[in-house]
Design a protein around this ligand. Structure first.
Ligand code: NAD
Ligand code: UDP
Ligand code: UDP
Length: 343
């Protein structure tokens, strides 16, 4: 027997977030690939709160629906479950191209797919940008500098990358993605932006992301051993996600189209970072040293003078303040999940 619509249970729609109503000439159609991921979802929040029409393209390899759940009912928001290695036709004015797994365990899980995502995915987004005359921003990475022999790293450093190691699928994929961006600019006059992002952390990192910040916090909150790969003598410089989102936005909306480092130069030895997180979480965890991973860059720190000069941008959030927010987030995730065993 067919149900009449009157007899169906009423679904109360969740509250729709209030966003500004922009005039037609100010409201842009913006695509964010990888918009259900950690960085992408924060960027989506900013663009939606400005009143733009945002379309997320994501295949949910590492993205989470809950990162964008608060927008699903909003009339300015669209979600297209789509793999960027496949072509797509859309009408759009700006493309923030983030789609790509970013943590070493994720991008090494299926290296061939990682290469396809960076190469075919970027090609498709550039083809789309060319066809519709859209501006396109690529989220490249500090990994294009490899295990750097110059410190701190400036944009004019060409890098030191192994072409056949475990990290190569990601590093070389991003390097060729950058090359494609400049080829489409020079040959087809596509308006491009390239951000070289350094280690970024914050709420909405995937609990099984496997990167150092989420691992150390989740381990500390559960009083489980904090796993250091190697002696912990390697360094990283950590940026809070809100600063990165502001940097991406400034880059997209400014005229400068060379590659730009976006990161926080606040540099830590990994072993000191473990102690800091243990302190901030009041944890009883012990520190456990595991085998060093192959080709792990030994030092990394951005020189951000170009971003300061060209974008008037610099990070504003102190690492410890960002960590407190991230710890609170993961505490909430743990309260719901009960237990998390990080990658
Ligand atoms: P993330 O893994 O949280 O997000 C990546 C998103 O891309 C996910 O939602 C995933 O499902 C999606 N995706 C992956 N492959 C796809 C495909 N083939 N088609 C469609 N969607 C796909 O990672 P993140 O930290 O948010 O990183 C976002 C971007 O920033 C990436 O391009 C990454 O290389 C770059 N980046 C990040 C950092 C960092 O520290 N977070 C550093 C340097 C560069
Ligand atoms: N492409 C796309 N959407 C578009 C336009 C192009 O996905 O709106 C893809 C297209 O399928 C191709 C890639 O982008 O694989 C590069 O396009 P381009 O026009 O530069 O190259 P061509 O199609 O001539 O090889
Ligand atoms: N690392 C670690 N323990 C972990 C995860 C990472 O000691 O549980 C180290 C890793 O070897 C690297 C640094 O922390 O030297 C940063 O690793 P991450 O995966 O966060 O990012 P990467 O900068 O290497 O891409």
């Amino acid at each position: 027997k067919l149900l009449s619509t009157q007899s169906l249970p009423t679904i109360t729609s969740p509250q729709i977030m209030h966003t500004p109503i922009l005039s037609d000439h100010r409201r842009k159609k913006i695509v964010v690939t990888g918009g259900a991921g950690f960085v992408g979802s924060h960027l989506v929040d900013k663009l939606m709160m400005e009143g733009h029409e945002v379309t997320v393209l994501d295949n949910f390899f590492t993205g989470q629906k809950k990162n964008i759940a608060h927008w699903l009912q909003h009339p300015n928001f669209s979600l297209v479950v789509h793999d960027v290695t496949e072509p797509i036709q859309l009408e759009v004015q700006e493309i923030y191209h983030l789609a790509c797994p970013a943590s070493p365990p994720h991008y090494q899980f299926n290296p061939v797919k990682t290469i396809k995502t960076s190469t075919m995915g970027t090609l498709n987004m550039l083809g789309l940008a060319k066809r519709v005359g859209a501006k396109i921003l690529l989220t490249s990475t500090s990994e294009i500098y490899g295990d750097p022999q110059v410190h701190p790293q400036k944009e004019d450093y060409w890098g030191n990358v192994n072409t056949v190691g475990p990290r190569s699928c990601y590093d070389e994929g991003k390097r060729v993605a950058e090359t494609m961006m400049y080829s489409y600019k020079n040959q087809n006059h596509v308006d491009i932006r390239v951000a070289r992002i350094f280690n970024t952390f914050g709420p909405r990192m995937h609990p099984n992301d496997g990167r150092v910040v989420s691992n150390f916090i989740i381990q500390s909150l559960q009083n489980k051993p904090i796993t250091i790969y190697g002696e912990g003598e390697q360094t990283r410089s950590f940026q809070f996600v809100d600063d990165l989102v502001n940097g991406l936005h400034a880059l997209m909306n400014g005229p400068y189209d060379g590659p730009v480092n976006l990161g926080n130069p606040d540099e830590y030895l990994v072993r000191d970072f473990a102690v800091l997180i243990k302190k901030l979480t009041n944890s009883a965890s012990e520190i456990q040293k595991l085998e060093q991973t192959k080709d792990d860059p030994s030092r990394r720190k951005p020189d951000i003078s170009l971003a300061k000069e060209k974008l008037g941008w610099s990070p504003k959030v102190k690492v410890e303040d960002g960590l407190q927010k991230t710890i609170a987030y993961f505490q909430g995730v743990l309260d719901q999940a009960g237990e998390i065993i990080p990658t």
